[in-house]
Design a binder for this molecule. Structure first.
Ligand code: C2E
Ligand code: MG
Ligand code: MG
Ligand code: MG
Length: 293
């Protein structure tokens, strides 16, 4: 493939002064192979989206789902996004993959809506997607094509994306906000931005990173971090969702701190789209999934 070959030439050029080493050589050829496969993947429809429900803690009901990409790589099984998204970000393929994700998620949302499900879909963004001058148009066209209310779409950005080109990003986010699209900060707490700084951006939601939730019940520092994020976000009128909730004790503590929403294996792993309606039916008995203080 021409693009892959070009990339390879560039990568070789960059490594010309590295001394020769078989391990490096192997790593590099594995990388090139992965990259070639990635270039084929879009065309051969090897990607799919799984969806993880997001639950409102007070009611125990599903209010949204996060779209998470999966790659069925022939001969390799399911490849985790952690193993190919960074590469796609480096070689620029993420722009095309990201457009596919947006399109797929919107199409799926329309289908759920036609089945009578009321929910919002969250889509993860990578930095290069925001450099695309047509990004806003792409989003607008997608919403129109599937006749969606813009507020049913949420875009997730990490702190580092938001902080990258501040002035440029503010403008773009303001445009999206004006359209009515919801914006959330993913992996919140792992970057270096303060809440007061983020207040300059038109954000709707903070997602507390799962690294703080994991030991919330055993590490008092993590508990303090979660409690502080929740109360500050609440005062700034931002919705707070906790990621990576795996058990009832974690949920109980988050509820006590006033957290609004959660997602995690406790309720459900990310699942193929066709399993989402059944999960909705489960929440007909919300007592099981909420936590009343
Ligand atoms: P993320 O957006 O922070 O997504 C949360 C990750 O945590 C997901 O991993 C999810 O499966 C996992 N997770 C959810 N609940 C639990 C839990 O209770 N316990 C544990 N241990 N993990 C949980 P996944 O699907 O492997 O995605 C990893 C990352 O890849 C995502 O982190 C996101 O940064 C990126 N990613 C996934 N899909 C896309 C995409 O379509 N576009 C872009 N740009 N990035 C994506
Ligand atoms: Mg996310
Ligand atoms: Mg996250
Ligand atoms: Mg993450």
């Amino acid at each position: 493939h021409a693009d892959a070959a070009m990339y390879r030439a560039k990568a070789n050029g960059r490594n010309r002064y590295h001394f020769y080493n078989h391990r490096l050589d192997n790593e590099q050829s594995e990388r090139v192979e992965l990259e070639n496969a990635l270039f084929q993947a879009l065309r051969h429809e090897e990607f799919e989206l799984h969806y993880q429900p997001q639950i409102e803690i007070q009611s125990g009901r599903i209010i949204g789902v996060e779209a998470l990409i999966r790659w069925q790589r022939p001969g390799h099984g399911m490849v985790s996004p952690a193993n190919f998204i960074p590469l796609a970000e480096e070689n620029g393929l993420i722009t095309e993959i990201g457009s596919w994700v947006l399109e797929r998620a919107c199409a799926q949302l329309q289908q759920w809506q036609q089945q009578g499900l009321d929910l919002r879909v969250s889509v993860n963004l990578s930095a290069p997607q925001l450099d695309d001058a047509n990004f806003c148009d792409k989003v607008a066209r997608c919403l129109k094509r599937y006749r969606l209310d813009p507020s049913q779409l949420e875009l997730e950005l990490t702190e580092s994306i938001i902080m990258k080109h501040v002035d440029q990003t503010i403008q773009l986010l303001e445009q999206l906000d004006k359209m009515g699209v919801h914006l959330s900060v993913d992996d919140f707490g792992t970057g270096y931005s303060s809440l007061s700084y983020l207040k300059r951006f038109p954000l709707n939601k903070l997602k507390i990173d799962q690294s703080f939730v994991r030991e919330i019940c055993v590490d008092p520092d993590d508990a303090t971090i979660c409690r502080t994020i929740i109360s500050m976000a609440d005062n700034l009128n931002l919705t707070v969702i906790a990621e990576g909730v795996e058990d009832a004790d974690q949920l109980a503590m988050l509820a006590e701190f006033g957290c609004h929403q959660y997602q995690g294996y406790f309720f459900s792993r990310p699942v193929p789209a066709e399993q989402i309606p059944d999960l909705f039916d489960n929440t007909e008995q919300p007592e099981r999934w909420n936590y009343q203080i």
